[in-house]
Write a protein that binds this ligand. Structure first.
Ligand code: 5GP
Ligand code: ZN
Length: 138
């Protein structure tokens, strides 16, 4: 299924041109227009899923191996030393385009840390309580 108003549907299916790194029947991998680093890529399924909650498990099972492959090519061909795999779900998580996509962001020696957070503190009892709450939703 495609969404006629979705820009990533149009890009993934070739209606809007993009710098394409890889394509098969299920995915198109493009370069991000506003890259966090040189070579920042986005894996787009050709089918429209809003986010991970809607995604088809068979498609998702193929995404991480593909991200690994893209990341290895970045290390080999762009001189990256590592890469981040990032996937945002929902506006509060930073998602701005509501067509599921996975960022593969190459990282270079001496470059800034781009995906980080300040570790908080939590009591073990509270961790148990939170774990139980999540478990109930599985
Ligand atoms: P999100 O914040 O939703 O996880 O990421 C959306 C990403 O898509 C952003 O990094 C943004 O730069 C990129 N982006 C948005 N529109 C376009 C576009 O039309 N073409 C390309 N190549 N990237 C886009
Ligand atoms: Zn879409």
């Amino acid at each position: 299924m495609r969404d006629g108003n979705c820009i990533f549907c149009k890009i993934a299916n070739g209606e809007i041109p993009s710098a394409t790194v890889y394509e098969d029947e299920i995915f198109r991998v493009i370069l991000d227009l506003g890259p966090a680093s040189r070579g920042h890529a986005l894996i787009l399924p050709k089918e429209h899923f809003k986010d991970l909650c809607e995604a088809d498990p068979a498609t998702m099972a193929k995404i991480l191996p593909l991200a690994g492959k893209i990341g290895m090519a970045m290390k080999e061909k762009l001189g990256a030393n590592g890469f981040n795999v990032v996937q945002n779900n929902g506006a509060s998580a930073g998602q701005t385009v509501f067509h599921l996509h996975v960022h593969v962001i190459p990282r270079y020696e001496g470059g800034p840390v781009m995906v980080s957070w300040t570790p908080g503190e939590e009591e073990p009892k509270e961790l148990e309580k939170i774990a139980e709450m999540i478990k109930k939703g599985l």
